[in-house]
Write a protein that binds this ligand. Structure first.
Ligand code: HEM
Length: 438
């Protein structure tokens, strides 16, 4: 079962308006295994938790990355960890893994707290009860944290150039992938892509030069040092750097943005959060900064982040191509099928979640074991930055909210734009009040 070709054609404006709502609607109307036609490619929208596990974990070798999503991405990232397969992927994953071990995470917590404190400083300077778009500050903060993990350096300057060019290149790559124009034609999207990739290449070279100039010591565990120490070829180093900027920055920023949105609309959950922060860090005005060691005590803060990742999973779609014929949840899946796991839809599966649309942090930690919860993917390709991202989000949220209270801005909630991650269309304006002033 699934939409007919004619229904697909009629659905184009709806897909443009909101891909996540379209996919959720298809799953609701056609069930957990919805087949639908794209020109030349059979597509399976897989909304069955066990089926998703089969594809991502049990039979992961039977599925590859040659999908529309990853092909568009690789026009920008090349063959980095997100887009590569097989031996190339294994070598890179092994090389960078130590950047995500214990000592690295300690540093991330310190950087996350410092970056969030800077955002909080900006909030503190606003007039009482001002309505403020929180999204740009959170994106900047996430970039400030990814720099030290990537290159043991504050990347704010070159990093912003890199991020802007990556944004332009991804948008151009998506436009190019969507069009039926022959590959050799110099369309405006292709020209934009080429120019942006040149900026990315130059920015990456600058980051690598600066890292080499500072010298590599045994024990350095930033991603770049690990890649250089492993003798990774320059092109591969560039591809991994761009991959980590794409994967490690906008995802966390998106998570924090939607977390603040949810807290502003759920004052009871926000009150519990404030009580926890007061108990762990001291009342508003105390100078203790949250850090790595506070993580076990910040249970509700973490539950808020995890529930926010359920309702607004930044990586809202995970795709694979079947390399050979397979059977998924009883359905024959021919080789070449594009399998789409839409985490947005799966995280709202009516059979897997009680009151799926409701924000209930108290579901966690138990809900993290729900097979229908996949914000970081699953199996060998599980997000390499998962622990880092959770730590960063929890510490940043604690630092951001200890002195402030959030309320919705007047007017409707921002619409969800599903691009590389989930972004609020037109920003995320919220009313920010100091807690002590009331
Ligand atoms: C992979 C989500 C943060 C680096 C993934 C995947 C998901 C994901 C779903 C798997 C994609 C697939 O299987 O097709 C997220 C979310 C994040 C986040 C929701 C934040 C809330 C980060 C951070 C970093 C990172 C902070 C690095 C600093 C990566 C990399 C991969 C990946 C390199 C590819 C791993 C591989 O295939 O070996 N992420 N991620 N992510 N993520 Fe994350």
């Amino acid at each position: 079962p699934g939409p007919t070709p004619w229904e697909m054609v009629r659905a184009v404006p709806a897909i443009r308006r909101s891909a996540v709502d379209f996919l959720t609607g298809v799953a609701a109307r056609h069930g957990d295994l919805a087949a639908f036609p794209l020109p030349r490619t059979p597509v399976l929208l897989l909304n069955d938790p066990e089926g998703a596990r089969h594809v991502l974990v049990d039979n992961h070798r039977g599925y590859g990355r040659a999908t529309l999503q990853y092909r568009a991405l690789s026009a920008v990232t090349g063959q980095g960890l997100l887009t590569s397969d097989g031996e190339a992927w294994r070598t890179s994953r092994r090389a960078v893994q130590p950047a995500f071990h214990h000592t690295g995470l300690h540093r991330v917590a310190a950087h996350a707290a410092a970056a969030a404190e800077r955002v909080r400083g900006e909030w503190a300077a606003l007039p009482a009860g001002a309505v403020h778009d929180v999204a740009p500050g959170l994106f900047r903060a996430a970039l400030e944290v990814v720099g030290p993990t990537l290159a043991d350096e504050d990347l704010s300057d070159v990093g912003q150039r890199l991020v802007d060019a990556v944004g332009t290149a991804l948008e151009a790559a998506a436009a190019q992938a969507a069009g039926p124009v022959p590959a050799a034609w110099p369309t405006p999207a292709r020209r934009r892509l080429r120019r942006a990739v040149a900026v990315i290449d130059e920015a990456c070279e600058q980051v690598v030069r600066a890292r080499r100039a500072r010298g590599l010591r045994p024990g350095d565990d930033d991603v770049l040092a690990l890649l250089l120490a492993a003798g990774t070829p320059p092109r591969q180093v560039r591809d991994e750097l761009v991959t980590f900027v794409v994967a490690g920055h906008e995802t966390v920023a998106s998570c924090l943005t939607w977390t603040l949105h949810l807290l502003a609309r759920h004052p009871a959950a926000q009150r519990v959060l404030h009580a926890e922060l007061d108990a762990v860090l001291g009342p508003p005005g105390s100078s203790r900064v949250p850090g790595f060691d506070d993580l076990p005590a910040l249970r509700h803060t973490r539950a808020v982040v995890e529930e926010s990742l359920r309702l607004y999973p930044p990586a809202w779609v995970v795709t694979r191509t079947a390399l050979a014929d397979d059977v998924v949840a009883g359905l024959p899946v021919p080789a070449g099928t594009l399998v789409i796991v839409c985490t947005w839809a799966l995280h709202r599966h009516p059979g897997a979640w009680e009151a799926p649309e409701e924000f209930r942090p108290e579901r966690f930690p138990a809900a993290a074991r729900n097979p229908a919860y996949l914000p970081f993917g699953a199996g060998p390709r599980l997000c390499v930055g998962r622990d880092l991202a959770l730590l960063e989000a929890v510490v940043a949220l604690a630092a951001l909210l200890r002195e402030h209270r959030l309320e919705p801005a007047p007017g409707p909630a921002p619409r969800v734009e599903s691009l590389v991650t989930l972004r609020p269309a037109g920003g995320m304006p919220l009313r920010i009040a100091r807690r002590d002033v009331g």
